[in-house]
Each structure stands twice: as C-alpha cells, then as structure tokens.
Design a protein around this ligand. Structure first.
Ligand code: NAG
Ligand code: NAG
Ligand code: NAG
Ligand code: NAG
Ligand code: NAG
Length: 194
C-alpha cells in the first residue's frame, strides 16, 4: 500500500523537481534499414498532445497494438491496428504508412486522407517515439515492442514530454488490463495478453 502511494505521489513530484536538462528530440535519419526495423508488432504505451482531435483520441484509447507489414510499394507499410475505445476492441486494417526517405517523415494515410505526419525520434531500437509535425501543437507518443517499458525508458520519454511543456496530467497511458486479444497470425504475441 505504502509502495503504491509512493509510486503515485512520486511521479508528479519527480516531474516537478527534476532539473531542466532538456535533450533535443533528434529525428532518425532514414536509410535502407529503417523499414525492416519498423516491421512487426508494436504496442502504444503513452502519449500527450495539445491538438484537440489527437487529445480526444488519446483520452479514449485504453489499449492499442499495431503491426506494420510490407505494403504494396517498397516505401509503404500496411498497418493492422487493434484498439480499445469505450470498452470495445476494434480491428482496423485500412490505413497505411508512407515512408519518405528524403525528409525522414512517416505519413499515416487512411483511405487516401493524411491523418498525421510524424518524425521518428532517436531512441532504443525497441521503442517508437513519434513527434507529430503537421500541426502547430506539440504532440509526442511512445510505443514499444512490448506492452510495458522499463522505468528508464519511461523516464526518458517523460523527460521529453516535460521539455515540450506537458504536465503529468496531460499524459495519457494505456494499460495492460485493457489489452485486447491480438488478431490471429500475429507473431511476438505476448501470451499474457490473451
Ligand atoms: C496492403 O494493403 C493493400 C490495401 O490497402 C492491399 O491491397 C495489399 O494487398 C496489402 N499488402 C499486403 C502485403 O498485405
Ligand atoms: C465513446 O463514448 C462517448 C460517450 O459515450 C462518445 O461520445 C464517443 O463518441 C465514443 N467514442 C467512440 C470512439 O466510440
Ligand atoms: C482487412 O481485413 C478484412 C477482414 O478480415 C480482410 O478481408 C482484408 O483482406 C484485410 N485487408 C488487408 C489490407 O489486410
Ligand atoms: C516530406 O516529403 C513529402 C514528399 O515530398 C511531403 O509530402 C511532405 O510534406 C514532406 N514532409 C515534411 C515534414 O517536409
Ligand atoms: C514488463 O512487465 C513484466 C511483468 O510485469 C516484467 O517481467 C518485464 O520485465 C517488464 N518489461 C520491461 C521491458 O520492463
């Protein structure tokens, strides 16, 4: 009980008292190894945004897993997403990611509409930190190869958020308790999720 309290109380305090040592968000420069490194299963972990439509989405989503597979073109990835919003798990496979090597940008396209544009931020190879750039509002999300990340990785992400001016109340986390069963045929599925 005490440990839990300390954990919950400790997080906002830690954010508030941390010295300002902001490391810049350094985008990954895309090359031929970028797409192979993106392929496969990912879990969305946390995000923050000041852009109202993104904010509404972050608030509604309690679990999201997605998987990138090779698309119809070499600079395109197909995505299968499974998302829990309002207690319901929904599978979506209609969207794609276009990979622009020349300016290291990922563009999320759903039915030919651009839904978001993002830079991939340098981090651990098992993390996917995306900084949305087609909007004038700060927006950062963390996904990972596993449904949870280490304390160190979470702290690294939270430091970036703090540097972008987000407070702890503005950060939305998914939780493993809300995990949806992954679509059949996915590799790397965590048996504990089933
Ligand atoms: C990717 O998605 C498109 C439809 O958006 C589909 O025609 C194509 O077969 C998919 N590619 C693979 C390799 O599944
Ligand atoms: C979730 O429920 C709220 C209130 O019941 C509703 O306004 C919202 O549109 C729902 N969102 C989705 C994605 O179904
Ligand atoms: C999306 O899912 C539907 C239903 O399972 C399937 O018929 C279709 O081929 C899938 N599309 C892609 C691009 O994987
Ligand atoms: C990257 O390049 C693509 C294709 O030229 C363009 O559509 C997109 O707007 C560019 N993104 C940025 C952030 O410059
Ligand atoms: C995720 O959680 C499990 C059990 O709670 C733990 O064993 C594992 O080490 C965690 N993974 C990471 C990357 O922290």
């Amino acid at each position: 009980m005490l440990a839990t309290l300390t954990l919950f109380l400790g997080l906002p305090l830690a954010l508030a008292t941390e010295p300002q040592s902001c490391s810049p968000l350094i985008p990954v420069t895309f090359d031929s190894s970028t797409i192979p490194q993106l392929l496969g299963q990912w879990f969305y972990i946390a995000g923050a945004s000041r852009y109202p439509p993104h904010l509404a989405e972050l608030r509604a989503v309690t679990f999201e897993a997605f998987s990138f597979s090779p698309g119809s073109r070499e600079d395109e990835l197909n995505i299968t997403e499974i998302i829990r919003t309002n207690e319901t798990c929904v599978v979506r496979n209609s969207s794609k990611v276009q990979v622009f090597q020349q300016n290291s940008t990922l563009v999320h396209v759903d039915n030919n509409d651009v839904t978001s544009m993002a830079r991939l931020i340098q981090s651990d190879k098992d993390l996917l930190i995306l900084n949305h750039i087609n909007i004038d509002f700060p927006s950062l999300s963390l996904s990972a190869r596993t449904p949870n990340v280490s304390k160190e990785h979470m702290e690294e992400f939270r430091a970036h958020l703090q540097c972008l001016g987000f407070t702890e109340e503005e950060v939305f986390y998914t939780s493993r308790e809300h995990a949806c069963p992954l679509p059949r045929g996915e590799e790397n599925a965590d048996p504990q999720l089933g």
